[in-house]
Design a protein. Structure first.
Length: 276
């Protein structure tokens, strides 16, 4: 029997990358999964997003891990779509115990962009990363409270949510600002929800081996970053973490082993934040 046997987890950005990894790991621990993804490109984002085929593959991987998943297409910028997905999932599985607000983007550009494009990248980063996290929490909290069993919520932030880097363009600034904003959301909700025994934390990965970190636009951004080189390297001898490294932290934070851990910004960063 897994550590999360019979519990239900809601995960955003589930079609690939960290979200897929979290879904498979929590399913292996015994959880049912409610998962959403936009499954469409965002024009201001510099790399392709997941597809419906990716979402179907996540469902298959969850089932192969011994779990059950209700997967659907929803844009976290659309509160109504997020709420509908959560409500339908709770109706299917009968409860909600865990929330992983994971969906996020990191808009970057190969070269100089127009003012309009720069503003669009800022808006996209804020809307997906921060507004999307708020929508996820807002839709899920009533179900967590109604269950009367407590619960756990983890927001995916970043090392950029604890340290000041990202350059001067709208995408990088929007990414850093949104990931810092998620920490404020977490800290406030951890206090507000503590009386219900609902724990709220953030996880802060360094670069992870996903499409967000490994794509031509991001590579060009890092090459042009004014304080690049050693400044953006991990102290431990690893360039990229794997999604499963973050999933291991998530699995701990949502388990009973962390039953009194709340309000914590939890780095999984190979020492990156400690260095800066």
């Amino acid at each position: 029997m897994g550590s999360l046997e019979g519990r239900v987890a809601f995960i955003t950005g589930v079609a690939r990358g960290q979200g897929r990894s979290h879904a498979v790991r929590l399913a292996a621990e015994g959880a049912h999964v409610i998962g959403v993804d936009i499954c469409a490109d965002i024009p201001a984002n510099g790399y392709p997003m997941a597809t419906e085929a990716d979402l179907d593959e996540t469902v298959a991987l969850v089932e192969a891990a011994g779990g059950t998943m209700a997967g659907s297409v929803a844009d976290v910028r659309d509160f109504g779509a997020v709420k509908s997905a959560v409500d339908a999932g709770v109706e299917t599985f009968g409860r909600l115990d865990i929330v992983c607000a994971n969906a996020g983007i990191a808009p970057t550009a190969f070269c100089e962009v127009s003012l309009e494009e720069d503003l669009a990248m800022w808006t996209a980063a804020i809307d997906v990363n921060l507004v999307g996290s708020f929508h996820t929490a807002k839709a899920a909290i009533p179900h967590l409270i109604a269950g009367g069993r407590g619960g756990a919520m983890v927001f995916t932030s970043s090392t950029a949510g604890l340290r000041g880097f990202g350059g001067m363009r709208g995408g990088g600034l929007g990414y850093a600002a949104s990931k810092h904003g998620i920490v404020g959301l977490m800290r406030t909700l951890s206090n507000a929800l503590a009386p219900y025994s609902i724990r709220v934390n953030t996880v802060h990965p360094t670069a992870v081996n996903t499409t967000m970190a490994v794509n031509p636009a991001m590579t060009a951004f890092l090459e042009q970053y004014p304080e690049g080189g050693p400044h953006l390297q991990n102290p431990m001898p690893v360039e990229l973490l794997e999604p499963g490294d973050i999933s291991a932290a998530i699995a701990y934070l949502v388990s009973d082993a962390a039953r009194f851990v709340t309000g914590v910004a939890f780095p999984v960063d190979a020492g990156f934040c400690n260095k800066l």
